[in-house]
Write a protein that binds this ligand. Structure first.
Ligand SMILES: NC(=O)c1ccc[n+]([C@@H]2O[C@H](COP(=O)([O-])OP(=O)(O)OC[C@H]3O[C@@H](n4cnc5c(N)ncnc54)[C@H](OP(=O)(O)O)[C@@H]3O)[C@@H](O)[C@H]2O)c1
Length: 304
């Protein structure tokens, strides 16, 4: 298939790009940074520059593609959430999605599928409720961002194409994401849960995120929002315990919420959210997770 991938230089996108190449798809990588993308992707893909907000020559690559995948977005975890950072987090997602849907609408031959990232943040936080794809939007900054992001993607449904919105949980891999940030304190015997640790932690192994995107491409009946987290969520205190076991380090000091707030500001709300997300649609469609058990996932990631 001809696949246009935006955000393919990132933590999830880079891994997806390798899988698409391995499966012999013809990939066009949309990026804001041509040199970096060429360096990362080698000669196996075409690299096309865009600014992730306006139309331009890049729109030609959408024409006659089969699938468009958009994983673009300013990182939510790299900087303190000032007003301007929050605006960037929102704009980078809404504008990139809007530009892609606009390009699809102008294409002479439209793709049949748009796979657009979204996130677990759409559900806000709930201490115990199971979060299914049918659960309504929650409260808070990230819930509002995800809602606006998904609404832009949904506009492609009016173009009679299949639209999948990936409500991605906390992706585990060694080179990036949450785990990369959690490892150093554990290695220095300082790792422990945030707050009381009773919050549900919606982890998913990066390989399963990539595998489920490939699965969605092949299974035409899957559409709409898709929860993308492992089928067995755990509480944060248990996550820290298992991580400590795999690293041969104890999970020692819980970080009190007021300290966390002093350290990271508003972002604390994201870190202490409780989100028992269940991948109901993926499970009922027959998707087989490679990593359902946390310890297996962490062993696989950390053995290298
Ligand atoms: N990782 C997770 O745990 C997780 C959890 C839930 C949801 N998600 C969502 O899944 C998607 C992929 O996640 P990821 O961890 O792979 O993200 P990432 O590593 O931060 O990469 C995202 C990509 O988006 C592009 N980008 C960065 N800042 C941008 C901006 N200001 N405007 C437009 N594009 C920008 C970059 O591509 P170029 O530089 O090539 O343009 C970058 O490679 C994101 O939308 C993220 O919100 C991730």
């Amino acid at each position: 298939m001809k696949v246009v991938l935006a955000g393919g230089t990132g933590f999830v996108g880079g891994s997806l790009l390798s899988a698409l190449i391995a499966e012999h798809h013809q990939v066009v990588l949309l990026t804001r940074n041509l040199e970096k993308a060429k360096h990362l992707s080698g000669n196996a893909v075409s690299v096309v520059e865009w600014d992730a907000k306006n139309g331009g020559d890049w729109e030609k690559s959408i024409d006659s593609s089969d699938v468009v995948i958009n994983l673009s977005g300013e990182s939510v975890a790299n900087k303190r959430w000032t007003d301007s950072v929050k605006q960037k987090i929102l704009d980078s997602r809404v504008n990139s999605t809007r530009a892609i849907v606009h390009a699809i609408s102008r294409a002479e031959k439209r793709p049949s599928l748009l796979v657009n990232a979204s996130a677990i943040g759409i559900y806000g936080s709930d201490p115990e409720k199971k979060l299914l794809e049918t659960t309504p939007k929650g409260e808070g900054f990230l819930a509002d961002v995800c809602d606006s992001w998904e609404k832009e993607a949904s506009k492609a449904e009016n173009l009679s194409i299949r639209v999948v919105k990936l409500r991605i949980g906390i992706v585990l891999g060694k080179e990036g994401g949450a785990l990369k940030r959690m490892l150093p304190p554990f290695q220095f015997f300082l790792g422990g849960p945030l707050g009381n640790g009773l919050q549900w932690f919606p982890w998913v192994h990066r390989d399963d995120v990539v595998r489920s995107i490939l699965y969605v491409m092949e299974n035409n009946e899957i559409q709409g929002p898709i929860n993308m987290a492992a089928p067995e969520p755990v509480r944060l205190k248990d996550f820290c315990k298992v991580l400590g076991k795999v690293l041969h380090r104890p999970s020692l000091f819980p970080v009190p919420i007021f300290v966390l707030r002093l350290m990271v500001g508003d972002m604390a709300d994201m870190l202490i959210a409780s989100q028992k997300m269940i991948p109901q649609k993926l499970k009922s469609s027959g998707f087989q997770f490679r990593y359902s058990h946390l310890e297996d996932a962490l062993q696989a990631i950390l053995k290298y």
